[in-house]
Design a protein around this ligand. Structure first.
Ligand code: PLP
Length: 379
């Protein structure tokens, strides 16, 4: 092993994967309720996405952003047609999308401070690490990028207290994913949006985990009466190929002129071919109706079978994002479930997080619930 030990890896080596099923190198199969941390929203090797990428693979892979890239324009048009956003900048990851958002917010406003939230997660680069409201993420990395301040999630007064004449933006997740699956209250989010408008502050919504159908809507902010000035995407956008995007209103276009920002690989044609196919599927109303129906089915099962278990304190859910809050550290549960053939995630110490692919079947949900019940009952 000559890899930096930056990840605690489970003893699972993947051989292949289709839909919600992963097969390891020994032929053992697993139901995947993690989707590669909320990435493979359409399941593994979705045939339409695969075909689109295969087609592009035989055309060209990379030419740089020095030349026109029609697929980038197509993907951007899909995003802007299906949202209030007007302009898109493509990059390769969630952290990069948030970096772009932070840079743009400072440039547009000429102000410096970005208000984020305790328990938020925005990435691992210097700006996004500073934006992340979790001390453990920043530990040992020296002085952080300045001018980030942290309000309390779902507490409007705490945001108001931090606003001053140097506030450029408020940045938030509509459901804090890594922080334990905490959905924002309507009053809170809508109150933040009003505060931002009143004080000429930009509202940035980090949709990296909540976007692309994950919560049952195209973007998580659609659950609320808000229109963020900037929002960011990654994870599900490429369904497994690395891509991130920052989407913003037309008024900010000229602040990101030639030479102001860039990425060699941003908007890579293979990633764009994947994203183009993904969005054609996910942005269909019928597809999203089905996601909501499956999320309701999952919710019913969780309420009936899992909520009554003694070790379960609370279950929080927004569409296909679920947090099962337990009374102790869930690390052993994740391992036991893996041994039994169910892949889940944790979020923080005590939360089992489920991010099943949006194409999961009711049978796969039933199977997952049964395994969760067995393991949680003896926890
Ligand atoms: N923002 C949110 C809400 C996330 O959940 C994540 C990753 O988990 C990121 C940003 C960082 O994305 P990436 O790991 O692609 O840089």
């Amino acid at each position: 092993m000559v890899l930096f030990p930056t990840y605690n890896r489970f003893p699972l080596s993947v051989q292949s994967a289709t839909g919600a099923e992963i097969t390891d190198i020994n032929g053992k199969t697993y139901v995947d309720f993690g989707s590669g941390i909320g990435v493979c929203n359409l399941g593994h090797c979705h045939p339409i996405v695969q075909k689109a990428v295969e087609k592009q693979l035989h055309l060209y892979w990379h030419t740089s952003n020095l030349y026109e890239n029609p697929i980038q324009s197509e993907v951007a048009a899909q995003i802007t047609t299906h949202s209030h956003g007007d302009y898109v900048f493509f990059c390769n990851s969630g952290a990069e999308a948030n970096e772009a958002a932070i840079k743009l917010a400072r440039k547009v406003t000429g102000k410096e401070t970005i208000i984020t939230f305790q328990q938020s997660f925005h990435g691992r680069t210097f700006a996004t690490m500073a934006a992340t409201g979790q001390e453990k993420v920043r530990e040992g990395f020296g002085p952080m990028l300045e001018k980030f301040s942290y309000a309390t999630f779902n507490d409007l007064a705490s945001v108001e207290q931090l606003i001053d004449e140097n506030t450029a933006a408020v940045m938030l997740e509509v459901v804090q994913g890594e922080g334990g699956v905490h959905p924002a209250d309507h009053e809170f989010i809508e109150g933040v949006a009003t505060l931002c408008k009143k004080n000429n502050i930009l509202l940035i919504v980090d949709e990296i985990q909540t976007g692309i159908g994950r919560t049952g809507k195209k973007f998580g902010f659609e659950h609320y009466q808000i229109e963020p000035d900037i929002f960011t995407l990654a994870k599900g956008l490429g369904n497994g190929l690395p891509v991130g995007a920052m989407v913003a209103k037309a008024a900010y276009k000229d602040h990101f002129g030639p030479g102001s920002h860039g990425s060699t690989f941003g908007g890579n044609p293979l990633a764009m071919a994947s994203a183009n196919a993904v969005l054609q599927i996910v942005f269909e109303d019928a597809f999203l109706d089905e996601v909501e129906a499956k999320a309701s089915y999952l919710q019913e099962k969780l309420e009936k079978e899992i909520a009554p278990l003694a070790s379960v304190q609370a279950i929080r859910q927004k569409g296909m994002m679920v947090g099962i809050d337990c009374d102790k550290s869930v690390a052993p549960i994740v391992t036991q479930l893996l041994e039994k053939g169910l892949l889940v995630l944790s979020a923080g110490d005590t939360v089992v997080r489920l991010l099943p692919p949006l194409i999961v079947t009711e049978e796969e949900i039933d199977e997952a619930i049964q395994l969760l019940k067995v393991v949680l009952a003896t926890f």
